[in-house]
Design a protein around this ligand. Structure first.
Ligand code: G6P
Length: 607
């Protein structure tokens, strides 16, 4: 994530950029910066913290310049520090760049450039500034085109050069950029919200496109300099709608972000030919990896349900006994831990008080302690001896969605990495990598059914209790689906492994107690189907999540949501999505404050 704003025109750029950054703060908020071409010099100001900190740093400065670029950061490479904030500059300080995305091969590029260039940050972005400098021969567009041909990864970026005061260059591959078209002026931003106060005429850049923008002209080409004709579109979103990319709530936007951000979690980490994954942050030698006899996954809330899905993967792929511990229990349980135990703390925020305390306890007792977190530079990221960022981007809705799927993905990749270092064959590893790479497209197929799921929500909104059932890998899915429903709709719900029904919960079944059952085509299909028959016999209303084409599921209930098939261990990545959508639609129909449910907080930093 990260937010970009740029302006070229006849007005003072600074107020436009600062106002624009405030609208983009939802995309990242750990540090911010601007570069403005002011009276012939390129002036850059950066500050750690939110946009207010940058605005205060600029308060005394007189900036009349009419061209500039700005950025609000969500750290991915390099901690939260002024030197890592954007814009980044080349050695001469003449080229300034803002970037959103991840440059996968930045280490190689940095190595290649190290002879003649001095780097001042730990970011991947700064490498781009130097790469453009190395390719610059008097034409900024050409230099950016050449530089980007050597880049692997994703970017939305805007560049300017002191010696070319009449133009800015914007380019996109995998990270959004919108160009706003004004009278004698242009805007560029990560979404349309910063420009809506000035223009509603926009051009959405597509992947592989580069825009050369002067005050009175806009030329769009590809990296080979072939011209591309684009339509200008009129948008009538208000600013808040634009921040949410047209979605009514952050939660729905974040649900729909999943096919994109899961690619960020996998990017550069899967090694298809070897059927494995490599998560460098694990920071363990092969001897240390081989010595691990037990894994403990520690988390709270949704993260703990992601861990339950991860447990299956570690045990099946790597044969390592794995436990999931709820942090608040673990920390006071006097846990039995030794030096052959590997503990992962899994947390979106990296600031959950119980998870932090539990990890400290594990560390004290000599375990290997690693983090799986979303927020770069958070306490868990800093206090663990290694780990992995899930790269879900800022998650603003209290109820976690995209962080969950990215946590499951990272846990699967760790399980694969451990599995391949132990007993897992290359053929199975290859199948898993292939299946993982197919997930984003399959997620899209589920998201397309949002309206169908909304109709189900309409039908079921008045019930006061729900039961979610699954078996095997779909039991954690049932837990997460039930958790989502209660969190945001305030309807009571619980989740059980379907095989447990006979031992108590069957007594609750009635036409007043709807059941959401996950019945996908895996090894436990027949067992699950028998459980569903028992529920049907007791006349409980049934919603079934089934694999597409499963005619038998349709015989069991009219209310079936179809999902595409995938490998069993990957099912949580797909099967959870209809349950997120169901909870979302029920809650909105009931008029709940979906993004900020009562009595809950995004980050629980107290015990
Ligand atoms: C809170 C949030 C949940 C989240 C849990 C764990 O309860 O409302 O959405 O799953 O904390 O947070 P973490 O940041 O550690 O993943």
């Amino acid at each position: 994530m990260c937010g970009i704003v740029a302006y070229i025109g006849t007005e003072k750029a600074l107020p436009i950029l600062i106002k624009g950054l405030r609208r983009l703060e939802y995309r990242g908020y750990d540090s911010a910066g601007v570069a403005i071409l002011n009276k012939g010099s390129l002036e850059r100001t950066r500050a750690v913290g939110r946009i207010d900190a940058l605005a205060s740093a600029l308060a005394e400065k007189d900036m009349a310049g009419t061209m500039g670029i700005a950025h609000t950061r969500w750290a991915t490479h390099g901690g939260v520090a002024e030197e890592n904030a954007h814009p980044h500059v080349d050695c001469s300080g003449d080229i300034a760049i803002v970037h959103n995305g991840i440059i996968e091969n930045y280490r190689e590029l940095k190595q290649q450039l190290s002879a003649g260039h001095t780097f001042k940050s730990q970011t991947d972005t700064e490498v781009l500034a130097h790469l453009i400098e190395a390719n610059y021969q008097g034409n900024l567009r050409e230099a950016v085109q050449k530089a980007l041909q050597n880049v692997r990864g994703t970017y939305g970026l805007v560049v300017m050069h002191k010696k070319e005061p009449d133009r800015i260059i914007a380019a996109r591959l995998g990270s959004p950029l919108v160009v706003g078209v004004g009278e004698g002026e242009y805007y560029v931003a990560s979404d349309a919200s910063p420009m809506l106060a000035y223009t509603q005429q926009v051009i959405f850049l597509d992947d592989g496109e580069l825009a050369e923008i002067t005050r009175d002209d806009l030329k769009i080409v590809n990296l080979k300099d072939e011209k591309i004709i684009k339509q200008t579109e009129h948008i009538d979103w208000n600013e808040a709608e634009a921040e949410k990319q047209g979605f009514p709530h952050f939660m729905l936007k974040e649900i729909f972000d999943q096919p994109t951000v899961i690619k960020d979690a996998m990017r550069g980490r899967l090694i298809a030919p070897d059927g494995t994954a490599h998560l460098g942050g694990l920071s363990m030698t092969s001897e240390q990896m081989a010595s691990v006899k037990r894994i403990i996954l520690i988390a709270c809330g949704t993260a703990s349900y992601a861990c339950l899905a991860g447990k299956y993967a570690f045990e099946r792929l790597a044969g390592i006994p794995t436990e999931v511990a709820v942090a608040s229990e673990f920390r006071y349980s006097d846990p039995i831990i030794d030096r052959q135990t590997l503990v992962f703390g899994v947390s979106q925020s990296g600031e959950t008080a119980d998870t932090i305390a539990a990890l400290r306890e594990a560390k004290r007792k000599g375990a290997y302690v690693r983090g799986i977190v979303n927020v770069v530079g958070s306490t868990i990221a800093r206090e663990t001896d290694g780990g992995t960022y899930i790269h879900a981007g800022p998650e603003l809705a209290v109820a976690s969605t995209k962080a969950y799927t990215n946590m499951v993905t990272v846990l699967l990749m760790y399980a694969l990495q451990f599995g391949r270092s132990r007993r897992l064959t290359v053929a199975t590893g290859e199948r898993l990598v292939k299946a993982l790479l197919e997930i984003p497209e399959k997620m899209q197929l589920v998201l397309k059914q949002s309206d169908v799921i909304k109709q189900l929500a309409e039908k079921y909104k008045a019930y006061s209790d729900f039961l979610y059932l699954g078996r095997g890998i779909n039991f954690p899915v049932a837990l997460e689906g039930s958790h989502k429903l209660k969190e945001i709709s305030y309807i009571h719900s619980e989740a059980y492994p379907a095989g447990e029904m006979k031992h108590g919960v069957n007594a609750l079944l009635s036409p007043e107690f709807p059941v959401v059952a996950i019945l996908t085509s895996n090894a436990l299909y027949d067992k699950m189907r028998s459980n569903i028959e028992e529920i049907r016999a007791r006349r409980a209303p049934l919603i079934i999540v089934a694999t597409e084409g499963d005619a038998a599921a349709r015989e069991l209930s009219d209310d079936v949501v179809s999902v595409p098939p995938t490998m069993e261990l990957l099912e949580p990545l797909i099967n959870t999505i209809p349950l997120q959508l169901f909870a979302y639609h029920v809650a909105t129909i009931l008029g709940r404050d979906v993004d900020r449910p009562r009595n809950l907080a995004k980050s629980v930093t107290v015990e």
